[in-house]
Design a protein around this ligand. Structure first.
Ligand code: NA7
Length: 499
């Protein structure tokens, strides 16, 4: 879990919560509009305790492999495996067997650490933002380098800048960021949400990303409004804060000209905040707004007005290598006591591929997904029976409120297991034609939008050598409708079998 300074969710705290228990909804108190990492962790711990879940959990264990063991037809052989199952091994040397394997390994949990020359030789401290020490890091008085300007960089930079002696930000791609307009949650707002939770959840589930009820309906197409009106609307959404900005108009992620209007507005704001015009220019993104995940910040661009903050464009001054005392980039040395890698994740597939997963006939998942992940509904993959992926590639996952996406998958899988038990089905497996059609559908839906237009982690473009395939499904409601249709048609697209 991200623990870096300033780590916060970009979905509002009262929406970024479980819906399965009305009692839980009523008793939990959020303190801010956007929850901090420690508050989210307290919430998760509270849920674990409240529902007595720890007794079913094994902590501090890394799964090394998960192999599907097929039933041996040779019943005369004493060692024959009569019932197909999954055999899971752990780094503690245990071997466990299970009828089903449900991978809840997370979409953004496998750190992406670029292969920088000399990184091991750094005498000072080196931290990846997603592996921040639990005890925290003493920043004050140090010369710190932050590499990366995605959400982790954008959230941590203002806090690191305020503590460090000197901060150097190494930027490869400038990012759009909208002020989060974070604030304490007042008791009235909290009470109102709690009084209407069921209706709020329902309305959110009908929204494309399954969150954002406070943003209201979008304003329709951009160009039906005059320049002044458009500007006033952008201003209103900017003041509202956070990711809602990219939903101001219905066509912002569909139409390049509409997108450019919004992008120009953000660039203009940035130009007003950052005093040095050269620096503002360097911080100005030129890609399609929203095709890389935009950030929700607190005083990000303001940090670049500080005297102790430097900005290096690594396209102009490439990172050559690290040294014991810092880094050589663009032919000069930048001395650093502490290196912060805010370089993101091997998203969606990284955590799965870190485990040796083998399906039927010993086929590895890495091999099967060598040209990109192939799933039906992001829930299952042919050749891997009784193997489910929670928020797997091909499902809304990172393009939706993750908590809602997770709950929808958990409920779908739980219902499926109950159905199988009632019907006496032993195995369920995605059908090859259904998953092929699904992969094409996911890409066709993405192709109708501007999402595929930049080098984002949605496409795997941030990890060298990773196949470039758009992984999340755009749109929560149509996805849920498809999942429900599949069930209504007797799990159409999945095959049941006994061996
Ligand atoms: P992101 O959004 O993937 O950002 C990673 C940043 O690191 C991004 O600016 C990258 O530039 C940069 N990066 C990655 N590799 C390099 C190398 N080799 N050299 C220089 N810069 C590099 O990850 P985050 O952790 O910030 O956020 C991930 C999600 O977590 C976020 O969207 C929220 O949903 C929560 P690039 O843009 O690839 O040029």
């Amino acid at each position: 879990m991200d623990r870096y300074p300033g780590a916060r969710c970009d979905v509002e705290s009262m929406e970024y919560s479980y819906a399965f228990s009305p009692e839980l909804e009523q008793e939990w108190e959020s303190t801010e509009r956007y929850a901090t990492q420690p508050e989210i962790l307290s919430y998760i711990n509270h849920v674990a305790d409240r529902f007595d879940l720890r007794k079913d959990m094994q902590f501090s264990t890394r799964v090394v492999s998960a192999h599907f063991v097929e039933a041996s037809p040779d019943v005369a052989d004493e060692k024959a495996e009569r019932v197909p199952h999954w055999r899971v091994t752990t780094d503690a040397g245990e071997t466990l067997t299970a009828s089903f394997c449900v991978m809840a390994t997370g979409c953004l949990s496998s750190a992406n650490t670029p292969d920088f020359a000399g990184l091991d030789s750094v005498a000072g401290e080196v931290y990846h933002t997603s592996q921040w020490p639990h005890e925290g890091v003493e920043i004050s008085g140090k010369r710190v380098g932050v590499i990366g300007t995605g959400s982790s960089g954008v959230q941590s930079i203002p806090l690191i800048a305020a503590e460090a002696d000197r901060l150097t930000v190494f930027q490869r791609t400038p990012n759009y960021s909208i002020p989060a307009q974070n604030r304490p949650l007042d008791p009235e707002t909290q009470a109102e949400v709690k009084a209407n939770y069921a209706s709020i959840r329902k309305q959110n589930r009908a929204r494309t990303a399954a969150f954002g009820i406070n943003w209201g309906r979008n304003q329709g197409e951009t160009f039906k409004w005059s320049v002044e009106e458009r500007h006033a609307i952008f201003e209103r959404y900017w003041e509202m804060g956070g990711l809602g900005f990219i939903s101001a108009f219905s066509d912002m992620l569909l139409d390049e000209e509409a997108n450019k209007e919004a992008a120009d507005f953000v660039r203009g704001k940035l130009g007003e905040i950052v005093r040095d015009p050269k620096r503002a220019e360097l911080l100005s993104p030129d890609h399609v707004l929203g095709c890389k995940r935009p950030c929700a910040d607190t005083q990000y661009f303001e940090a670049f007005n500080r005297d102790n903050v430097d900005l290096i464009d690594v396209n102009a001054e490439p990172i050559e290598r690290f040294t014991p005392t810092g880094m050589i980039c663009g032919g000069r040395e930048v001395e650093l006591d502490c290196v912060v890698l805010a370089t993101g994740f091997d998203a969606m597939t990284g955590a799965l591929h870190a485990i040796d997963i083998q399906g039927r006939a010993g086929q590895s998942l890495i091999e099967k997904w060598s040209a990109g992940p192939v799933t039906f509904l992001g829930l299952g993959s042919s050749g891997f029976p009784n193997f489910f992926t929670i928020t797997g590639p091909g499902s809304p996952s990172v393009l939706a409120n993750m908590v809602t996406a997770i709950e929808q998958h958990v409920e779908w899988i739980a219902d499926c297991l109950e159905f199988m038990s009632k019907k006496g089905h032993r195995l369920i497996e995605a059908a090859p034609d259904a998953e092929q059609a699904w992969v094409e559908h996911v890409n066709a839906v993405a192709d109708e939008t501007l999402y595929p237009q930049c080098n984002s982690w949605y496409l795997g473009a941030n990890v060298p050598g990773k196949p470039r395939v758009f992984m999340p499904h755009v749109g929560f409601p149509p996805y849920v409708a498809k999942c429900e249709e599949v069930v209504a048609k007797g799990y159409e697209g999945f095959n049941f079998s006994s061996t």
